[in-house]
Design a protein around this ligand. Structure first.
Ligand code: PHE
Length: 438
């Protein structure tokens, strides 16, 4: 076999941190608050949480299991597993779809990560100190109008991503997240405390947690499902690729619960830190992708020590974006590497495609939005649907049971049921509903 996995994450924590590093990123801190704002708050949050629990968690267990059982990159893992099960080779397409989907995400993701880098730099120079909300708002507009600024930071971010990937799995990815994740959580909590001491806490809590289902559109349900996949890095092989490096004896179920809890917790904390500032400064919760880039600098501009705190915060967000973006190209790079392409060459190729697509996103906001929309709402849920069907129906129950390693039979039965019926039906219903069939 040409695609043996030689590197291995021997410490269980390294796998957890890497998978958490992939899951926690711009999706939690930038995207979750702004789509919650756009789709009306409470009801959206509840549907999103239900999607995480009923669809995301079962699919994540299946993806890690498939990656670990296949012991290879997502394309070859799917090919090997389907061959062993006597199923069609066409299942390899699921892996391939992930490779392409990951690159498509990297294109717009790297632009937003570039904004975070630009903001880290700007914070350091103190531009937000004492500024009005309007000035800070127009500051975000100036960034998104400037091709050069966006291009510079986006390029830098792609170079960082490529650098970590080229350094290899254990050294590059494992180390990068070990220090970052705890630090990021600490800073988010600091921000939460500040925001609660100066912002509109009641208004923001009732916005986020009081559901008004009459405000819930069909599209909102699709977006909530899509975001459950996006935020957990599911449906495109990232978690499968990492799963291939997970030591065989560890329990996948417990690990996934932990990752899911951390990911969801961080998104909720980000929302609870951002919305009190939004309401206190009469910003629009539905103002879109600029939400975090406008509300947080207002806080940093007013709080004592805001220059340092704000800069470090945006640097942490950038690193969180980095630990996610590396998992966007790992499936493609691992696949090329498994077929004799040198890791560095594969990295250059994948990062190069992402970089060029990112430039197109900077040129065209429509292209940016289309990529975001197509990947999160269609490619990832479809990939997840295929994985659920594959692990739920194509692989034999005994094989799956042995691989996944639940200690408890009842938990296994519960998961297997959710994977076979709840997740696929949930995804199908949302799809059919969104295209108006039901
Ligand atoms: N989960 C990441 C985030 O929330 C984004 C991502 C999606 C990473 C898909 C890998 C795969 O930012």
């Amino acid at each position: 076999m040409t695609h043996n996995i030689t590197a291995n994450w021997t410490k269980r924590w390294t796998f957890i941190l890497a998978a958490t590093g992939s899951a926690v990123g711009l999706g939690n801190i930038w995207k979750f608050p702004y789509i919650t704002g756009e789709y009306g708050g409470g009801a959206f949050v509840i549907v999103y949480l239900a999607c995480i629990l009923a669809v995301g968690i079962p699919v994540m267990i299946a993806e890690i299991m498939a990656g670990r059982a296949g012991r290879a990159n997502p394309v070859d893992a799917m090919l090997d597993l389907s061959a062993q099960a006597g199923a069609s080779k066409a299942w390899g397409i699921v892996g391939l779809g992930g490779v392409v989907g990951g690159l498509m995400i990297l294109m717009f993701y790297s632009v937003v990560a570039g904004w975070a880098l630009d903001y880290s730099w700007q914070s350091l120079s103190g531009v937000y100190q004492g500024q009005s909300a309007e000035t800070i708002e127009s500051n975000f507009g100036a960034l998104t109008d400037s091709f050069n600024r966006q291009w510079f930071w986006q390029s830098l971010f792609v170079v960082f991503t490529g650098g970590v990937i080229a350094a290899g799995v254990t050294r590059g990815i494992g180390r990068a997240v070990e220090i970052l994740m705890p630090l990021l959580m600490l800073f988010l909590l600091g921000l939460l405390i500040y925001s609660w001491s100066v912002g509109e806490v009641d208004a923001s809590l009732s916005f986020m947690f009081t559901p008004d289902f009459s405000k819930l559109s069909t599209e909102a349900v699709l977006v909530a499902l899509g975001h459950a996949f996006f935020t957990l890095s599911l449906g495109m092989g990232a978690i499968m690729a990492y799963g291939a490096y997970m030591p065989g004896e560890h329990s996948i179920g417990k690990t996934v619960m932990l990752i899911g809890a951390l990911d969801t917790g961080i998104a909720l904390v980000a929302g609870m830190a951002i919305f009190p500032l939004v309401f206190a400064n009469s910003l629009e919760p539905s103002s879109g992708p600029g939400l975090m880039f406008v509300s947080l600098p207002i806080a940093f501009g007013q709080m004592p020590g805001g220059i340092i705190f704000g800069s470090v915060f945006f640097i942490l967000v950038s690193i969180a974006a980095l630990s996610s973006s590396i998992s966007l190209i790992e499936p493609g790079v691992a696949w090329l590497e498994g077929h004799g392409v040198h890791r560095k060459v594969g990295t250059m190729l994948a990062a190069g495609i992402g970089w060029l697509g990112g430039i197109a996103c900077i040129y065209s906001g429509d292209f940016f939005n289309a990529l975001d929309h197509i990947t999160a709402n269609y490619i990832l849920p479809l990939g997840g649907l295929m994985i659920a069907i594959f692990v739920g129906f194509v692989l034999s129950r005994d094989r799956v049971k042995a691989e996944v390693g639940f200690e408890n039979d009842r938990n296994f039965a519960l998961w297997h049921f959710a994977l076979r019926y709840i997740a696929p039906l949930g995804i199908l219903v949302v799809f059919l509903h969104s295209i108006g069939v039901i």
